[in-house]
Design a protein around this ligand. Structure first.
Ligand code: G3P
Length: 225
């Protein structure tokens, strides 16, 4: 049973200001933010930075990708067992910038369930949302690729798709997060009003002048709805 009702994922991507030393500094700033109960705030890091989970134990560090393999002879993969040993309990999967075959997704969802790793599965439209929620994904993250990194948010440009995604996912017991172009508190509130349980943000926080302040505002806006 999940205690959280709202989810905010900050995708660090691979910006200079959110990776390596700079990524660590950013996490330090984010660690000063108090997050009220009921909200899950996760930080999605590239593979070479996920060991920061050992330093930032109290924060929800996520991987940007995970492979459907345990520990063993799997060169170049990110194993589920490594995540578990680092105290990482979740990963993004199938992001528009890292798309996967349905078969790989199915295997990853299955192994992640066994290992207790929460998968935030990205989809690009309502059809994919239905397909993967039916497959058993607990979290569907809807991000229209054409809006990623821009200034027009998913909640402004695709309200009816968000409603459709929420409807099909709710029918299969999956929660919905939405992302792309989220830049202000209005975008956050609108996403929740449309039925989403949370949001994914990258540039709106990471590339803003005061990332920690921005994150604090977004958490507040998310919980206000
Ligand atoms: O995973 C979140 C990301 O793709 C959204 O990017 O820059 O539009 O917030 P952005």
């Amino acid at each position: 049973m999940l205690m959280e009702e709202r989810f905010l994922l900050v995708n660090f991507k691979q910006y200079e200001r959110s990776t390596l030393k700079q990524g660590e500094k950013l996490l330090e700033k984010f660690s000063e933010i108090t997050v009220k109960g009921g909200a899950f705030v996760g930080y999605s890091l590239p593979a070479y930075d996920i060991r920061l989970a050992e330093k930032f134990r109290g924060m929800n560090i996520l991987a940007q990708h995970v492979d459907p393999v345990p520990a063993g002879a799997f060169t170049g993969k990110i194993s589920m067992d490594a995540l578990t040993q680092l105290g990482i309990r979740g990963s993004l999967l199938n992001h528009s910038e890292r798309r996967l075959d349905p078969e790989v997704i199915e295997n990853t969802l299955r192994l992640a369930k066994e290992k207790g790793i929460r998968i935030f599965l990205c989809v690009e439209n309502a059809e994919e949302a239905e397909k993967y929620s039916r497959m058993g994904a607990s979290f569907i993250s809807y991000e229209p690729p054409e809006l990623i990194g821009g200034d027009v948010s998913v909640s402004t440009a695709r309200p009816s798709v968000i409603r459709d995604v929420v409807r099909v996912c709710t029918a299969h017991g999956s929660k919905v997060l939405v992302g792309a172009g989220i830049k202000n508190e209005r975008d956050v509130k609108r996403s929740i009003e449309l039925g989403a349980s949370g949001i994914l943000v990258a540039s709106g926080i990471v590339l803003s002048e005061s990332p920690a302040e921005k994150l604090g505002e977004f958490i507040k806006a998310m919980l206000a709805e």
